[in-house]
Write a protein of this length. Structure first.
Length: 255
C-alpha cells in the first residue's frame, strides 16, 4: 500500500512537471507572438506601457522569446551597449510574470548597478520586483521579487547545495569572462539541464566564441545582435617637450 502511494506520488509529480514545462513553453510562444515594442523617436514604448531609451536589443527580444520557447538553452551575442544585460531580464519578466529570472554577473559591483538600473527602468524600487543577493550584505529582495541578480559564485553554491538548476530562466551574462566560478557554472548547466525541465537558460556575451559555446551545448541556437555605431572624430596632437602622454591624453579628452 505504501509502495503504491509512493508510486502515485511520483507519477503525480512527473505529470505536474510536464504540465509546468508545457505551460512555460506555451507562455513563451504566446509572448513571442504578442510582444511588441513601439518606436517613438529615440525612445521605445514597451508592452507594460512604459517608455525606455531605445537600445539595439529591443528589436531582437521577440526573436529571443521565440527561440527560448523552442529550445531549453540559447546563446545571445550582443555587442557592448546593445542593452542585453538590462533588456533581456525585463522582457522575460513581462513575458512570463509568474516565473523567476536569475541573472548572473561576474562582479559584486555589477550586481548592484545592473539590478538598480533594471529596477529603475521597470518603475520598481530596488528590492521590489527586481532585487539582488550578495554574501555579507543585506539582501535587496521581497516576497514578490521576480528578477534576481547574483554573482556567478553564488549560483554555483546554490546548485551544489540543491543538486539542481534554479527553476524559471537563468541568464548567464558576460560568459566570455572565463572565471573559475563561471566555468563551473557552465559545466553544471551542461550536466543538470537535461534533468531540469522547468529551467530555460540564456548565455550572453559581447565577445563570446559562439561556435564553441554552441558546440559545447549540443548545437544551441545563436542570436546575434548588433551594437550601436557612433561617429568618431580623430584629432592629432603633438606632444610638447617633456610632456607626459597621460597628461596630454587627459587634456585632449577634456578631463
Amino acid at each position: 500500500m505504501v509502495r503504491m502511494r509512493h508510486q502515485e506520488s511520483v507519477n503525480h509529480l512527473a505529470s505536474t512537471d510536464k504540465r509546468t514545462q508545457e505551460s512555460l513553453r506555451d507562455r513563451l510562444a504566446r509572448a513571442a507572438d504578442s510582444f511588441r515594442i513601439e518606436h517613438i523617436g529615440e525612445r521605445n514604448r514597451w508592452p507594460d506601457g512604459r517608455e525606455r531609451i531605445a537600445c539595439p536589443m529591443d528589436d531582437y527580444l521577440q526573436k529571443m522569446l521565440e527561440l527560448l520557447s523552442k529550445h531549453q538553452l540559447i546563446i545571445c551575442q550582443a555587442q557592448t551597449g546593445a542593452g542585453k544585460t538590462s533588456r533581456i531580464p525585463q522582457a522575460l519578466a513581462l513575458a512570463i510574470p509568474n516565473e523567476k529570472v536569475v541573472v548572473t554577473q561576474p562582479r559584486r559591483a555589477a550586481v548592484r548597478w545592473n539590478s538598480g538600473h533594471v529596477a529603475h527602468e521597470m518603475g520598481s524600487p530596488l528590492g521590489g520586483r527586481v532585487g539582488y543577493r550578495l554574501a555579507r550584505e543585506q539582501p535587496k529582495v521581497h516576497d514578490n521579487t521576480q528578477v534576481f541578480f547574483k554573482i556567478d559564485q553564488s549560483v554555483v553554491g546554490d546548485v551544489k547545495r540543491t543538486g539542481k538548476l534554479p527553476e524559471g530562466v537563468l541568464v548567464i551574462d558576460e560568459a566570455h569572462e572565463r572565471s573559475i566560478p563561471l566555468d563551473l557554472l557552465m559545466g553544471m548547466v551542461k550536466k543538470y539541464l537535461p534533468n531540469s525541465p522547468n529551467t530555460k537558460v540564456i548565455v550572453t556575451s559581447a565577445t563570446i566564441d559562439t561556435q564553441k559555446f554552441s558546440s559545447f551545448f549540443d548545437g544551441a541556437p545563436v542570436l546575434d545582435v548588433p551594437g550601436r555605431m557612433y561617429s568618431v572624430a580623430v584629432e592629432n596632437r603633438s606632444l610638447q617637450k617633456y610632456e607626459r602622454h597621460s597628461k596630454a591624453a587627459a587634456e585632449a579628452a577634456g578631463t
